[in-house]
Ligand binder design. Structure first.
Ligand code: GLN
Length: 491
């Protein structure tokens, strides 16, 4: 049994557990052993075997007494969390030296919600420092490598999550997406991931990067698995996150198999311009043809401010980050410099030692664009264009039901390739930023292999609250094709 456990999807594993063909304890032990044996990938940052096995035993007790009602659909299935979520039983670092060794007194709402559904926490997953990055190379604890080619990046900032799922170290993982950090690593590692509408999932206990953009979501190997996890992750949290939507939890699996006949898929011309690599384009085109076979219609649309999403995002996100990260001052949280002369010196040394280069760069940009004299020229302008980008989507959704295009202009690049050029990293976010700025749901699903036999992801963007529709489209494609079943050699 153990040789195939890690190839099972969340849905398959859940039903096997419920049929008691396998125990939650042996499942947890199997995945823990795999994760330890594959430590060189750099995906995991922390384990707490005692807690994991305790949770697994509790799941087995619940399974034995038959309390595995449809509500506890995920009972006994392992999950691992991006280290941007705080956890009571595991160290929470946000990929930063600033928080090395930090133990939170509580669990993030998303973590608690999945635990309520009986999921067993395997450990914490590496990510770019404070979720700032597109390659996972900004982690203070070392880069994660891509299981498809160990000389390449897994994408970021949820690189540990995507790599762990692709390498079958865990059947599903949580991630967060501020400007693409679920979709892009999912694309680079050949897994499926969804970022819901802003406000769907509580941000309570997610270490804040850019609060008006940050959103949690799952990464797994199929759309069905993502739907199962997302249904448990989302829900209102009015007392602890004032931006969480006042909507009841939804069952996102409800329309997975709905027909796509007559569905209008918008194809934004700005997503298919010069910057798009031909190998990525070929895979996207093939997927779009499949959708036509399934009865959908492709409709040309325009998102005219796509290019502007890069400067707009790289003003707004750093502005919010500079404010959010002011809490890391050596007094309230984490690291404090060992030697200093007075309070100001303590702040300076603590922050100089605790933050990495990219985080410092963003704090400086953010402070600059918010400062007197520049606020109107940069921050205010960016806010105005952000609204126009959101309006452009509403114009487009008059012509189509969903939007499809690439997640990223290229497949995963080589480790170190863009290290000397932060702007090159920023430019690669062009296709994920627009939906983030508009607060729309977006997902990535694998649709083939491109250059160097690296995975290519198709991005689907829906109107507000249309997650079930996106998952329906992804599921239908995954029923008709087997791109999502491709796996990296050796795993
Ligand atoms: N790559 C983008 C950035 O560096 C997005 C990161 C994210 O979504 N967390 O800001």
């Amino acid at each position: 049994m153990n040789t195939v456990l890690h190839d099972l999807t969340v849905a398959q594993l859940a039903s096997l557990l419920r049929a008691r063909k396998v125990s939650a304890l042996e499942t947890a032990q199997h995945f823990l052993a795999r994760a330890h044996a594959t430590a060189a990938l750099g995906a995991f940052l922390d384990f707490n075997e005692e807690v994991t096995l305790r949770q697994a035993r509790a799941a087995d007790v619940a399974l034995a007494v038959g309390s595995a009602t449809p509500l506890a659909a995920l009972l006994g299935v392992p999950v691992a969390h991006k280290d941007i979520f705080v956890t009571r039983d595991f160290v929470s670092t946000a990929g930063s030296k600033m928080l090395a060794g930090y133990c939170s007194p509580f669990d993030a709402t998303v973590v608690a919600n999945l635990a309520t559904q009986g999921m067993v926490t395997l450990g914490k997953l590496n990510c770019d420092e404070f979720a700032m990055g597109s390659s996972n190379e900004n982690s203070a604890f070392g880069a994660v490598t891509n299981p498809w080619d160990r000389s390449r990046v897994p994408g970021g900032s949820s690189g540990g999550s995507a790599a762990a799922v692709a390498a079958r170290l865990v059947p599903a993982a949580t991630g967060t997406d501020t400007g693409g950090s679920i979709r892009q690593p999912a694309s680079f590692c050949g897994v499926t991931g969804i970022k819901p509408t802003y406000g769907r999932a509580s941000r309570y206990g997610m270490v804040a990067f850019a609060s008006s953009l940050d959103q949690a979501g799952p990464l797994a190997r199929s759309a069905e698995d993502c739907a199962l996890l997302l249904s448990s992750m989302c829900g209102p949290d009015p007392d602890r996150d004032s931006t969480s939507l006042d909507l009841p939890a939804e069952d996102f699996t409800r329309s997975l198999s709905d027909s796509l006949a007559g569905l209008r898929i918008g194809i934004p011309k700005e997503f298919f311009g010069e910057g798009l690599a031909p190998d990525v384009r070929a895979a996207i085109d093939a997927a779009l043809k499949e959708y036509e076979k399934l009865g959908a219609r492709l409709v040309p649309i325009s998102l005219p401010r796509t290019e502007l999403s890069i400067p707009v995002y790289y003003i707004i996100a750093p502005a919010e980050a500079s404010s959010n990260l002011s809490r890391f001052d050596g007094v309230k949280f984490g690291h404090r410099a060992a030697h200093y002369t007075d309070l100001t010196d303590m702040y300076k040394k603590t922050r100089a030692e605790g933050f990495g280069d990219e985080v410092k760069r963003r704090i400086m940009i953010g402070t600059y664009v918010l400062s007197h004299g520049y606020y109107d020229a940069y921050y205010l302008q960016a806010q105005k264009i952000r609204r126009m980008i959101a309006d452009d989507f509403q114009q487009a959704f008059k012509l189509c039901d969903v939007i499809a295009g690439p997640v990223a202009p290229t497949v995963a690049w080589k480790l170190g390739e863009k290290n000397d050029n932060p702007v090159a990293n920023y430019l690669a976010d062009i296709f994920t930023l627009p939906a983030s700025l508009a607060g729309l749901p977006g997902m990535s699903l694998p649709v083939g292999l491109g250059a160097a036999r690296m995975p290519v992801g198709l991005q689907l963007i829906g109107n507000y609250l249309q997650e079930a529709r996106l998952l329906n489209l992804a599921h239908r494609l995954q029923q008709a094709t087997d791109w999502h079943l491709a796996k990296p050699e050796g795993f």
